[in-house]
Design a protein around this ligand. Sequence first.
Ligand SMILES: [Zn+2]
Length: 167
Amino acid sequence: MNYPDIFKRNNHSIFVPMISFHYRDLFKLILENGENLDKDLEILRKEMKIATNQQYDDSHFVVSNIYGDIFRFMIIGKPYSCLSIWNMTDFGIGKAIITNNREEAEKNLNDVKKRMEIYTEGKIHCSGCDSIEDYNHIKSHRWFAGIYCDSCWETKYKAIEAKENYS
Ligand SMILES: [Zn+2]
């Protein structure tokens, strides 16, 4: 693919491409094309890497919610068993367990959809106790992909995080 040289450095592109799905389309794919979806997404990722001359293997798959906000996602398991969603700075937003029981899978996907919506509204679920918290208030209470309410942070994760950083 030929695109202007101003978008390249050391012969690789300097921009990060993304493959974006509307949540409705992604959920439909998960429910109806289950068996091969992870393989098909991998084909898409490799094609995009070649087409845009990317150096790294990041997938950059994103899903948009009803408000147009985008989130990173990954489908894990073979054929797959879990849809994981993060915000763009890699805080975990939620996971939907996908089983062969369609009703259960739909319920879990709907729960993740709600979690993406409350994130747009400035709130997030605590990764420890699942309480709904103000994102700006707790965004510094972070350990790996988790984000914690005052209580979980003070009683447990603050000490764990400090030990990781300074020991
Ligand atoms: Zn908590």
